[in-house]
Every structure is written in structure tokens, then in C-alpha cells.
Write a protein that binds this ligand. Structure first.
Ligand SMILES: Nc1nc2c(c(=O)[nH]1)N[C@H]1C(S)=C(S)[C@@H](COP(=O)(O)OP(=O)(O)OC[C@H]3O[C@@H](n4cnc5c(N)ncnc54)[C@H](O)[C@@H]3O)O[C@H]1N2
Ligand code: MOO
Ligand SMILES: [Mg+2]
Length: 427
């Protein structure tokens, strides 16, 4: 294995290799979750489109009420009722009010709302005893957005609020970037599929399923290519097929220095350009990154380490940002580090930047980090369950004491309440 390069160098190389995909497709409003917008969305309408009431009450002319008081209430004649969705029939003349409900359109002449709690209705009259300034509880036409205002820009990741905006802008569908196709396979003679009972020397292939789930969660289309034996000819066939099919390839295993670690050799034989061979990071040191360039496209190959924690840690640290950038996201694709106070002592691995998995939570208004209980071997995937952050012990730093603030790579949603984190803890 070549001498490992630093995490910063690896990051610069990997992210620099990625050019966002340009191909687009149209998707319906209900199929936009985790999609990236490829067109600017501009409002065709004022929003709100008309003055409307923010409360249930009475539409009034504010000038009518300027001298009213509890001693001298002002009686107004109620001329109509305006529920949401109904056009007002007439304009308000001085001394008149309209019964109105939240979302109801103001009649011409009205410029304020008196909430019903501050009015007393008697027949077709209503008494008001507190003046209201003009615009009180009125959502004025175009006060949120004017027609022609840009609402969403290309590169935006779409979620519920953005879909609401699209709907309001009267889009029933949107142009989005196509999702990156990600080929995934596991290498190893020892691997069997889940559901098969392994012999003593065999293990279950968990990586392929973890990575497929992770790819789908990160906006890619996972294409599972199965388990490939540790034989150069078999690997050659699998890699050739994968690079011809996908934008990104993720293989696990076979990238270290063992006799049966053939991935790098096969990548070179197939004409790949090798950019990264090993990184000074724990877990995840043997990381192979290569590109295959043809006339019209580049395929990015990640040869991830076989150890299950190393494979996912490499995804969180390097592949995820690359995949999000490839997906067309203009911002938010970079890895997210948050400062958190560690509840446990954290030990570094000397010559490698160390990532210790565990749980971020908010306790008493502060972000905290709890180390996962149990072994921190990169083969122990059991205590990886529930991980939403990996604390970073920088290169050369032997340890970080409990109570200190540490940078944590956030990889999942943060809890509201902190608790000690141990394997098997209900989460
Ligand atoms: N002499 C040295 N040996 C090793 C070094 C080193 O620097 N010098 N690096 C170690 C590190 S660090 C890692 S990480 C591993 C990476 O090894 P490979 O990427 O070559 O992966 P394999 O050898 O194929 O497998 C490693 C380990 O992971 C298990 N595995 C593999 N695939 C899967 C899967 N799909 N699902 C679950 N588990 C899997 C496999 O059985 C091995 O136990 O190399 C170290 N060695
Ligand atoms: O990098 Mo390996 O991932 O230390 O086990
Ligand atoms: Mg190996």
C-alpha cells in the first residue's frame, strides 16, 4: 500500500474529481423527495393574491374606529359574511363592517380586521370599543412575494417546504437532475448473502445492504451487483460491467495489502486512473479512488475497505459529499462538522485522524457527544447502529478528555435528549 495521504488531501482530490451531472428529468409533485431542482422557480402570482384576513372577526374601515372606547363603543352595520373562498359582494362604506373568517378576502374599503373576541354582535350590528390601526390582521396582497420574484434556485434539495412553494407557484411537476446511478458490490470468498447460514469460516455480506440503504438515503439509485469472489477475472468482469453502467461504483474489500486484494490491480488493468490509494484515517485507511473517463462521461470508482465500519465511515467522510455534489446540489453537499462537548474520553490513533462513532444529542441546550459502548474495532458493526456522529481526534493528538469540545462529523438527525450510549441501548 502506498503511504497514506492526509484526510485534507484526500478530500480535496475526491471532491475535485466531481462535476455535477447535467442530465435532467421531469418529476411530479409527489415524487420530489430528496430530488435536486434543475430549473429556477419564479412566482407567476402575487402572494397572497389578494388582501385577506389572518383572523376570524370583522373586516372594518380603521378610520371608523379611531375615536371608539369602552365608554363609547362604535356600532357598525354588518353588511355581509365572507368565508374563505368567497368573493366579497360589495365594498364597505363608512360605518359598515363585514363578518369575515381566516383566509377570507377583504372587501374593497376595508383595511383592518377586528378579532371577534374584541367585538360584540347584536343582530345585524357589531360594537367595537378599541381602535385598530390600518392593516391590523390583514395579509396584504403581495406582502409575502411579488409576481416575478425568484422563489427557488437550481441546485436546491427539495423537501416539504420547497414542494409547498412549487405547489403555490402552480407547478404540478418540476425539472430535476437525474439521480446518480451507483453500482454496489462486495468482494470476498468468505461472503454469503443474508439468509444463508454461514460456515465457520464465512461471514454474512452486510456491506452491500448497508451501502444500498445509504445510497438511497443520499439521493442515488443503488444498483446491487452481488458478491464477487476474490479472483482477478471475476473482479475484472464485475468492475467492467459496473463502470459501463453507473456514475459511481462502490466496491468493498480487496483494497489492502493481502494476497487476495486485487481491486487496485484490476482497476489499473482496465485503464482507470488511480487518484487515492490510502488515507491517514481510522477507520478507512485503505481507500482506492479511481476514475474511468470515456468521451462523454466520467465514472468515479471507490474501492472501500471491507471492514463494515470502515466502509460506512469512508462513505460518510468522502463518498457522501461527492455523491451530493454529483447530484447537482449547490450547497449543503460538504461534510458537516459540529462542535459538541464529549461525555467520554476519546483516544486517537497516533498517525491517523481518528473518527470515533457515537451519538450526538442536545442536553441542557448544548450539543453533546457520547461514544458508542463496546469495541471500536472496524469490524464491530453492531455498536455502529444508532450512530449519528463521529467525533474527530486530530492527527497527532493522543486523546481528548471528557468535558472538552470536539468536532463531530454529523451523519444523522440529532436527538432532543441525551443518554448514555451503549450497544443494545434502545434508540
Ligand atoms: N498488513 C496489513 N493488513 C491490513 C492493513 C494494513 O495496513 N496492513 N490494513 C487493515 C485495514 S486498516 C483494513 S480497513 C482492512 C481492509 O481490508 P480490505 O479492504 O482488503 O478488505 P478485506 O480484506 O477483503 O476484508 C476486511 C475485513 O472485512 C470483512 N468484510 C469484507 N467484506 C465484507 C462485507 N461485504 N460485509 C461484511 N464484512 C466484510 C472481511 O471478512 C475482513 O474481516 O485491511 C486491514 N489489513
Ligand atoms: O482503516 Mo481500517 O478501517 O483501520 O480497519
Ligand atoms: Mg484484505
Amino acid at each position: 500500500m502506498s503511504p497514506p495521504i492526509s484526510v485534507a488531501e484526500a478530500e480535496a482530490i475526491v471532491f475535485g474529481l466531481v462535476a455535477p451531472l447535467r442530465e435532467c428529468e421531469v418529476a411530479g409533485l409527489d415524487a420530489l423527495v430528496e430530488r435536486v431542482l434543475a430549473e429556477p422557480i419564479v412566482s407567476a402570482d402575487d402572494f397572497p393574491a389578494a388582501d385577506n384576513s389572518a383572523m376570524d372577526g370583522y373586516a372594518v374601515r380603521a378610520a371608523d374606529l379611531k375615536d371608539c372606547s369602552p365608554q363609547q363603543p362604535r356600532w357598525l352595520r354588518v353588511v355581509e359574511e365572507i368565508p374563505a373562498g368567497r368573493m366579497p359582494r360589495a365594498s364597505l362604506d363608512p360605518g359598515e363592517a363585514a363578518r369575515i373568517f381566516t383566509g377570507g378576502m377583504l372587501p374593497d374599503g376595508a383595511d383592518a380586521i377586528v378579532i371577534q373576541e374584541n367585538a360584540r354582535r347584536e343582530g345585524d350590528r357589531v360594537a367595537v370599543w378599541e381602535p385598530v390601526p390600518p392593516h391590523t390582521f390583514v395579509r396584504t396582497r403581495a406582502s409575502f412575494y411579488r409576481a416575478g420574484t425568484p422563489l427557488l434556485s437550481p441546485g436546491t434539495l427539495l423537501g416539504p417546504p420547497e414542494v409547498a412553494v412549487l405547489a403555490v407557484a402552480r407547478h404540478t411537476e418540476a425539472l430535476v437532475y437525474r439521480r446518480p446511478r451507483v453500482a454496489i458490490f462486495s468482494t470476498g470468498d468468505e461472503l454469503v448473502a443474508p439468509g444463508v447460514s454461514p460456515q465457520p469460516a464465512q461471514i454474512v455480506d452486510s456491506n452491500q445492504h448497508a451501502l444500498a440503504t445509504w445510497v438511497a438515503q443520499n439521493g442515488g439509485v443503488p444498483l446491487r451487483f452481488g458478491i464477487i469472489p476474490d479472483r482477478p477475472d471475476a473482479l475484472r468482469g464485475a468492475i467492467a460491467h459496473a463502470i459501463a453502467t453507473a456514475d459511481v461504483v462502490l466496491s468493498t474489500g480487496g483494497v489492502s495489502v493481502g494476497e487476495y486484494d486485487y481491486v487496485e490491480q484490476v482497476l489499473a488493468e482496465l485503464g482507470g486512473t488511480l487518484h487515492v490509494r490510502a488515507v491517514a484515517i481510522k477507520p478507512g485507511k485503505p481507500l482506492t479512488v479511481a476514475t474511468f473517463t470515456s468521451d462523454d462521461r466520467v465514472c468515479l470508482y471507490f474501492g472501500l475497505p471491507g471492514n463494515p465500519v470502515s466502509a460506512l465511515a469512508s462513505c460518510w467522510r468522502f463518498v457522501g459529499p461527492a455523491l451530493r455534489k454529483l447530484s447537482g446540489r449547490r450547497c449543503g453537499w460538504q461534510p458537516l462538522f459540529v462542535p459538541a462537548r464529549t461525555r467520554d474520553n476519546l483516544c486517537g490513533a497516533g498517525r491517523r485522524e481518528t473518527y470515533l462513532w457515537g451519538r450526538l444529542a442536545i442536553a441542557a441546550g448544548e450539543l453533546t457527544f457520547s461514544l458508542a459502548g463496546g469495541s471500536h474495532s472496524s469490524g464491530n458493526l453492531i455498536n455502529l447502529a444508532g450512530t449519528n456522529g463521529l467525533a474527530v481526534v486530530p492527527l497527532g493528538q493522543p486523546a481528548i478528555a471528557a468535558g472538552e469540545v470536539v468536532q463531530v462529523l454529523q451523519v444523522g438527525a440529532i436527538d432532543a435528549a441525551a443518554g448514555a450510549f451503549t450497544a443494545g441501548t434502545e434508540i
